[in-house]
Design a protein around this ligand. Structure first.
Ligand code: DI6
Ligand code: FE
Length: 345
């Protein structure tokens, strides 16, 4: 079976440290939210990422990206969001750009400065949002380091109003926007993002009908992230049937990150999207090809047709549905990137 090269449109592949301790704490009953509130979670990765040199971060991220590439990914998005100051956010984005120069994969970078509140801004989240808007976004734009800007709109992160400020600053610098929204609660972040013509709203387990309507209207892609749902043992399902009925395009991505989705296996996400959320294997595959591309502003890519970009995978399977059906690494027979054979013969 030949498919377009896989598009993983949502990852946090660049980070310092690891969070197995937090995994254990959650198994003993602590929630993701509780761990974040006591200074663990994203903030523990921030400390490790700030301490790491650019080279250390690059060396750590390279095998993660290799794992994706060896499973057929030809386009990947990599977010910052563990630096949370200008220098460290730019450092992360530089590492992401370098990764794309090192391996045969198209890397798009996303500035996620508004991911969590750094300790030095405790009790001053508006002050931090000003830093993101007035310094971080302009610096990333000036150096050409960001292809998009993302936010984490959540009670443990930033409010809808704060995220809206970030979006306005991004758009003033000509950068497209996207949002982590409705992951742990329904704040209306996805609808607000849609009103600003966001490329995508991601996670969206708690998305309501008004959010679906706003996304349909704006043409925003719904990025479904079953790895985080699985890892955090969540129970609130994203509204797949409603999205399907409304015709909102659905993407599927790994959300590969050290906390909520330490999973670096794209085809497993196809399987989880089907088993956990009852997406069809065809929807899941479209989610990691054409709709993943659309979530990155690459409309028309991630497709097989004459004249399309020659990013292709040939798999040792008999039908496309098998890609989602079996959890089985090693089925990629050939990988073609920009017309060049990069795997197999
Ligand atoms: N939601 C996520 O799933 C990632 N970021 C976010 O806002 C998780 C990041 C982490 O836990 O390190
Ligand atoms: Fe994420």
């Amino acid at each position: 079976v030949m498919t377009p090269g896989l598009v993983d449109c949502h990852t946090h592949l660049v980070f310092g440290g690891a969070r197995a301790d937090e995994f254990e704490a959650r198994l003993e009953g602590a929630s993701y939210e509780e761990i974040a509130r006591r200074g663990g979670g994203i903030l523990s990765t921030v400390l490790a990422t700030r301490e790491a040199s650019e080279q250390t971060l690059f060396n750590a991220a390279l095998p993660r990206l290799k794992a994706l590439v060896e499973e057929g990914v030809t386009t990947v998005e990599i977010k910052s969001g563990y630096g949370l100051d200008v220098a460290n956010e730019l450092k992360m984005l530089r590492v992401a750009r370098r990764l794309g120069e090192e391996l045969p994969v198209h890397v798009l970078t996303t500035l996620l400065g508004a991911h969590a509140l750094p300790p030095e801004y405790e009790n001053d989240s508006d002050g931090y949002i000003e830093l993101v808007c007035n310094e971080m976004i302009p610096a990333a734009a000036a150096e050409g380091l960001a292809d998009a800007v993302d936010v984490f709109c959540e009670k443990i992160a930033f409010s809808v109003a704060q995220c809206e400020r970030v979006f306005k600053a991004a758009q003033a610098h000509g950068l497209p926007i996207k949002a982590h929204a409705e992951q742990l609660s329904n704040l209306g972040g996805a609808a607000m993002a849609a009103r600003h013509c966001a490329l995508s709203a991601d996670h969206i387990e708690y998305l309501d009908d008004a959010g679906i309507a706003a996304m349909r209207e704006a043409g925003s892609v719904a990025v479904i992230l079953p790895g985080a749902f699985h890892t955090l043992r969540e129970t609130q399902q994203p509204p797949i049937a409603g999205l399907r009925e409304a015709g909102v395009p659905m993407a599927v991505a790994t959300d590969a990150n050290p906390g909520s989705s330490p999973i670096f296996m794209p085809t497993l996400m196809l399987n989880l999207a089907c088993t956990l959320f009852r997406m069809t294997p065809q929807e899941a595959l479209a989610g990691m090809t054409a709709n993943g591309a659309a979530a990155l502003g690459l409309k028309g890519q991630g497709q097989l047709h004459e004249g399309a970009v020659a990013d292709l995978c040939v798999w040792d399977i008999e039908t496309p549905a098998e890609l989602a059906y079996a959890v089985q690494p090693g089925r990629l027979r050939q990988r073609v990137y920009q017309g060049e054979l990069t795997h197999g013969r």
